[in-house]
Design a protein around this ligand. Sequence first.
Ligand SMILES: [Zn+2]
Length: 443
Amino acid sequence: MVGIGLSALVAGCGAVRPEEVALCQPLVETPLQSAAPTAPAHPSTILYLHRGGITLTGGSDDAPHGVSSLVAGRGLDHATLPAAPLDDRRWADVVACVQGQFARFDVVVVDRRPPTGDYLMAVFGGTGAELGYASDRRGAAPMDTAGCQTVPRAVVLVFSGQLGSDAQPHCETAAQEIAHTFSVDHELLAADPSSYLPFAGEKIFQDIDAPCGEESERACHCGRRSQNSVRLLFDRLGPSRAVDRDLTPPTVAAETRRGPRDGLAISVHADDAGGVATMTLTYRDAVAVFSSTCGDGLADCTRDGSTATFLVPGAHGAATFRATAVDRTGNVAATADYELIVDDADPDPTPIALGVATRGSFGRIVADAAITTTAGEIVGATLYWTDLRGVTLRRPLCRASGDRWSRAVEVAPEAGPRRYIIAAADSSGHLAVSPLQTFLYKP
Ligand SMILES: [Zn+2]
C-alpha cells in the first residue's frame, strides 16, 4: 500500500493549534564537513565482546572488574551467565558484523579481554532469566536517559540463548545495546539496529533523522527533537582512524518497468565488495510520497541478492525517485534523481489547492505555502526537505495564519541545490503534493 503519505503527514503535527506556532523551530541542516570531523585527542574506544560465560557483580559499571549496574538494578549481588551457544565460525561472523556496525567510528572491536585500560564489555550468553528478565528480552544495557551522558566502562548483555544460531540477531542486538551506552535511544526506523520495528534484512545504523519510540512515536530522551544514530555515534566516538578501513561506497543504479495492477516496478541494483546491507527508495508522484528501505514493510519490496524491487501500485503522472544503498561498514551511495512520466491519465482530482513560494536570506530558507480545501479543513502539511547529501528530512509545517503555512530551514554553509516538496491533507482524507521545488543556495 502506497498511500502511506496521509498517516505520515499528520504524525507529529496533527491539527496545528495557534499556540504551537511559537514552537515551530527551524529545521537545521547538518554541514557536510561534519561527516568527517577532525580526530579527537582521546584514545579509540575499545568494545570487548565476551562469549565465554561470566559471573558479574552488582554495582556501578566497571567492565574490567566485571561489575554491572544491570545486576544491581535487578536487586542482585551476583549473576552468572553461561557461555553463548555459538561455535567458532558463528562467533567470527558475529565479531565481523559488530565491527561493520561500528566501522565508521573510532572504536576497536576485540574478542580477547584487553590486559589494561578502560573498555566497554558486551557479554553474550544466557536467556535473561539469570537476572529475572521476561522471556522476550533480547538484551539489556545501562543508559543515561535523564542526562544522555555516555556510561563509562559499561557492561551490556546480549541474551544469546534467545537469539538462535544465525549471527545476525546476536550482532544487531549487540549494536543496539552498545549504542544505548552512548545515549542512542530506540528509534522508529526499521532498518536501524536501534529500532524495534520488524525488518526483513540486515540492519545497519542509518544517517537519517528519525522519530523515537518502540512501536509508536514518543518524545526522544533529553529533549532531543529527533534522533540520528550515526550523527550521535560520531559525536560520542569520533570518526574511524583505521587506515585499512573500507571507504569504498557501493555502486547503485535503478531501472523501471510496468508492474502489476497498473503500477510501476523500480529495481535497485547495488554492489559492494564487502556486501550491501540496505537499499532505500525515496519516491514521489502526484498521489504518493514515501521513503522505504527494502524490508521495512512501508512499500512492497522483494530483495534478491544485490537487487531490491519496489512495487508502486497506481503510480501516476510525473514521478521522481532516488535510490540509496548502505554497505556493511556504513558507506553510503545514492543515485541521481530519476524523473519519469508514468502515464497520461490525470491524477484523481483533489479539492486541495497548494501554492508554494520559497524565501531565502543568509543561512536560512523559508518554505511558504498557501493551502486551501473545499472539503473540510486542512489538518496538516509536511515539508520533505532533501539536503546536499541526498538525505530527506520530514517535518510538519506550522500554520502561520489562515491559509498560510511555513517552515524555516537553517541551511548548512555549503552552496548547492536544495530540493523540497510540500504535502497537505484535509479533514476529508484528501492528499495533495506540490511540484518539486528546487532552490539554488549560494551562501
Ligand atoms: Zn534497547
